[in-house]
Design a protein around this ligand. Structure first.
Ligand code: AQP
Length: 331
């Protein structure tokens, strides 16, 4: 069976972008057709200013939402990244494989370091080096496919480059993974700013639908979405980014084609109403299941403990092999 790895960062409350771009596909497709690992990648939440108690809280919430969205611990491995030491062990070897220039070219580094400087904060060294950790997350499991939203493409490309370089220098050790994206909604945009990705760590939440928003809040956010000048409902990312985003969300929620949907609407108002209804319906079972799971924290602890045990067992042989290949003396 194909090996799959993907994860979410506990940097904020999970959003409709996380769900449509990644989580829903993990639950509906990936865990059924592959040997899949999904992780709450908490070490990545430490690359920017953070509050320890909040990261702990968000890590539990993210894991609970992954279960609520349909991940089944009997079908896949669900775990917290920091529970499996192999990620950090391998990350250092990949820092020794990557170049400074490669790291500085990463879009997230450029954007987030600029934001930190603007707000007078220092830039953590880990913000520069985290792509090596991300590559370790993937390569430790000999992952073949990485199902993610479009924003993660650059990270997976770097991971491929590092795997190929390591294999060429030190002998075949890693599987070279490939990225996959959902057919629609691979990049859900902020409802208030359709030029920006709907991101859970964005400062202003008015254009972000959180998975735990209640139905009224979801409706308000969708009905207030920024649309484009003109009145025609057209699918055009360049000229009509606001409406196109709504069409993509509706298509992802209903399983229909966004271009065909465009032809079915005469006004922005009716489109928004249908988008709001569709999003509320898609999120309803997730919220309900989240409430049930949150009432039983011991169950989550057990799932994460078993998941980490399983993940450790899978990662260790590969990471040990990488240590030997690069020239370190076996312990
Ligand atoms: N808007 C989105 N549309 C489609 N897919 C998305 N994903 C995230 N946002 C969208 C996908 O969700 C998975 C987990 O994302 P993540 O936790 O790695 O990153 P994030 O939600 O983008 O977190 P931040 O902190 O808000 O983001 P950054 O750091 O980018 O500013 C991934 O598969 C991601 O593609």
């Amino acid at each position: 069976m194909k090996r799959i790895f993907s994860g979410v960062k506990p940097t904020g409350h999970l959003t409709l972008g996380n769900y449509l771009g990644a989580m829903r596909r993990w639950a509906e497709v990936d865990q059924h057709r592959s040997d899949a690992l999904f992780s709450v990648v908490d070490l990545h939440a430490l690359t920017v200013e953070h509050d320890p108690a909040r990261v702990r809280r968000l890590s539990r919430q993210a894991a609970t939402l992954l279960l609520a969205s349909g991940l089944d611990p009997d079908r896949c491995t669900l775990f917290v990244q920091s529970h499996v030491d192999e990620h950090a062990r391998l990350s250092y070897l990949l820092e020794c494989t990557a170049t400074d220039g490669e790291m500085r070219r990463m879009i997230q580094y450029k954007e987030k370091s600029a934001q930190a400087r603007e707000s007078g904060q220092s830039v953590r060294l880990s913000l520069l080096t985290y792509p090596a950790l991300m590559a370790a997350d993937i390569l430790a499991y000999r992952t073949e496919e990485v199902p993610v939203g479009e924003d993660q493409t650059q990270h997976v490309e770097l991971t491929r480059d590092l795997a190929v370089r390591f294999n060429q220098r030190y002998g075949h050790t890693f599987t070279v993974p490939r990225v996959t994206h959902p057919p629609v909604a691979a990049r859900v945009m902020d409802l208030q700013d359709p030029a920006s990705k709907m991101g859970k760590s964005n400062a202003v939440g008015a254009g972000i639908v959180y998975l735990l928003d209640d139905a009224d809040v979801v409706r308000k956010k969708v009905m207030r979405a920024v649309t484009d000048s003109g009145h025609e409902v057209a699918y055009d990312r360049e000229e009509r980014p606001g409406v196109t985003n709504l069409l993509e969300i509706l298509a992802a929620c209903t399983g229909r084609d966004p271009k065909e949907l465009a032809g079915a609407y005469a006004s922005y108002g009716t489109l928004k109403k249908d988008v709001a209804d569709a999003v509320v319906e898609v999120l309803r079972p997730v919220r309900e299941r989240h409430a049930e799971l949150a009432a039983d924290p011991a169950y989550l602890d057990e799932v994460l403990r078993k998941g980490a045990d399983r993940a450790r067992g899978m990662a260790r042989p590969t990471v040990d092999a990488a240590y030997r290949a690069i020239g370190l003396l076996p312990a």
